[in-house]
Design a binder for this molecule. Sequence first.
Ligand code: GDP
Length: 323
Amino acid sequence: MSRDLVVALSGGIGGAKLALGLSRIVEPDNLLVVANVGDDFEHLGLHISPDTDTLMYTLAGLDNAKLGWGRRDETWSFMETLAALGGEDWFRLGDRDLAVHIERTRRLRQGESLSGITADFCRRLGVGPRVLPATDDRLRTRLRTDEGWLDFQDYFVRLQCHPVVRELAFEGADNARPHPGLLAALRDERLRTIIICPSNPFISVEPILAVAGMRQALAASAAPIVAVSPIISGRAIKGPTAKMMGELGMTPSAAAVAERYGDLLDGYVMDVEDAEEAAQVAPKTTLAPTLMTNLAQRENLARVVLEAADALASSKRGRDLVA
Ligand code: GDP
């Protein structure tokens, strides 16, 4: 039996970069990308799923590289018209992107699941790998800040991550269930590895881990769990990861991210720049160039992560044989 199934847990931008690299070397049927839904929200009467859409657009080759979010070849007539009417324009929705939110919202109201709609959109846009929302249930990230409790997009987009973060909460997580397709993959004998993409631990990965039963299901899986650091030389490539670490009382470093994930991890891929931190990291470390500015770097990092996972799996199996 070949172990060829790969599960990747992902937020938006950083996660999608590695997911794209993985999609170049793993057969589409063998790649399951699990999307954070903590960023989802209702806006202008529409259900918006930012991380799911970033993954979908990136894997379809439709992402807007210049903006870092949304679709390429985008136009903004809707937004301009809305602004002229005095409507809410702090969350920018391009014309093409808008069609996705409108159609998703219509189908959700008819009783379809978020995962079913996502799978159908992915098929229509030519995405090979499966993109699966971590849960079909309602889960919303909220942040306690120096300006009080904020909904995620109020913090992230409207206030541009300026408030100081004190605490995070994942509303609905206790009553949410991991998607059955994910649970089946975690139990599948063909599972090669579970990868935690270089995403923001607090607002991209932990909302996935917070889904009731998720951590247990991951820990019970026989496959090695390998994370990639989203921090290089104490800095985030994009977004508030390092800022949040400082505000939550951590030193912004690759080692601190590994510590945050704790014994969930079997392996950790960190940047060659952070070699001197490797000794502080409990799981088995692999040093590699982890900055992904082009496609070759995405593919290379994907290869490194899979090789690290395979080495962990064979040493795990070797231990089992000896025992
Ligand atoms: P969001 O949901 O759009 O904020 O995206 P993610 O949570 O998936 O990604 C944000 C994180 O990705 C940040 O912490 C970045 O430092 C990290 N990131 C972005 N690009 C890269 C990269 O090329 N290499 C690594 N190692 N991390 C990256």
